[in-house]
Every structure is written in C-alpha cells, then in structure tokens.
Design a protein around this ligand. Structure first.
Ligand code: GAR
Length: 197
C-alpha cells in the first residue's frame, strides 16, 4: 500500500476533501494508496480532529519547539518516513501547510511532494493572494496544484482551476469561492499522479 501523508496547519478542508475522495473513489482498490497520516505544525489545527474522526493517525510537531528550520524539517522528515513502505515511498501532500520548507527537505521528497496554492501560479506566490488579486484588478482568480521545488510556490503545475472575481468580492468571499474548487482539483490531481496520468 502506498501511504499518503498530509501536512496541515489549519482547518484542513483540503485534507478532508482528499480523505473523502480516497474513500469514495476507492483509492486503496484502484491505486493501492491510502491516507495514512495527517501531521500538523500547530496543535490547534482544526483538521486534526477531522482526521482522527476518520481513524487516520495524527501527529503534531510544534515548529516552535525546534531550534531552527533545519531541525524542524529533519524531525518532520523522520515522522513522514515512518510511512514509507517497501519500494513505496510515501506521497507527501501539503494542504494549507503554512511553513517554508528548507531546500534539503524539498530535495529529499522531490517528485513526491505536492502543494496547493490559492492563485493561478506563477501569479501571486506567497501570502494574501486573494487580496493581491483584487488589488491588481484581476477578473479571474483560481488555484494551482504543483510539485514542490526549492523556490516558494513554484514547480511543475499538475492542475489549475479558474474562478471568476465577482463584483463586490472581498478577500474572504473570493477565498471561499476558490476553496470550493480546490476541494475538487486537489483530489483529482493526486489521483492522476497515483495512476501515472
Ligand atoms: C487553502 O486555500 C490553500 O490553498 C492555502 O491555505 C488554505 C488552507 O485551507 N494554502 C496556501 O496558501 C499555501 N501557500 P484548508 O486548511 O481548509 O485546506
């Protein structure tokens, strides 16, 4: 079985969407893959309870308890690697994981480290994407699933969704509209990767 390890920092709605899709579409049967663990850098991340309710292993690694970024990433790597199977390294899925990863970490998981970002990359990498898209007068926003490379919010694009900016939108209303679409494209992109599509 290929294990999927999902990293979260907050509400975990993308994580929940992936878990739901894995069950609904029988990823275990079709791809020999399962969501094995959810790891958060914040103990208060709402998604942890959601994962536990689904019987998924959870772990908290509080980044503040580590001396530096390298030490945190090393501990994170050890936690993830417990889910490697024989010849089946875990797939690592960032779902609202709000930490910048070290180049060493990214290199170690190259090709099996995915992220979703709430903009049409390469536009608006980084934080406050929706506010910045509104201020730029964009008529369309969206989200991107991509392979993670050393440069923040860059890397080969696996999927994108375009969402209209509507009159009267503020950052919250736009974020909510984009998020509903994230929940569709992220599971689809992961399934595509698992099936080598
Ligand atoms: C999502 O919109 C995701 O795209 C974004 O955080 C939100 C997490 O929501 N990620 C980033 O901004 C990463 N740069 P969730 O916890 O409900 O899935």
């Amino acid at each position: 079985m290929r294990n999927i390890v999902i990293l979260i920092s907050g509400g975990g709605s993308n994580m929940a969407a992936i878990v739901r899709a894995a069950q609904r579409d029988n990823w275990a049967g079709h791809y020999g893959a399962q969501v094995a663990a959810v790891i958060s850098n914040r103990a208060e991340a709402g998604g942890l309870a959601l994962a536990r309710e689904q019987g998924i292993a959870t772990q908290v690694l509080a980044h503040g308890s580590y001396a530096n970024r390298e030490a945190f990433d090393a501990a994170l790597g050890q936690a993830i690697d417990r889910y490697d199977g024989p010849g089946q390294p875990a797939l690592v899925v960032l779902a609202g994981f709000m930490r910048i990863l070290t180049p060493a970490f990214v290199a170690r998981y190259a090709g099996r480290l995915l992220n979703i970002h709430p903009s049409l990359l390469p536009a608006f990498p980084g934080l406050h994407t929706h506010q910045r898209a509104l201020e730029a007068g964009c008529k369309f926003a969206g989200a991107t699933v991509h392979q993670v490379t050393a440069e923040l919010d860059h890397g080969p694009v696996l999927a994108q969704v375009v969402v209209p900016v509507l009159p009267g939108d503020d950052a919250d209303s736009l974020a909510a509209r984009v998020l509903t679409q994230e929940h569709l494209i992220y599971p689809r992109a992961i399934a595509g990767l698992l099936s080598n599509r």
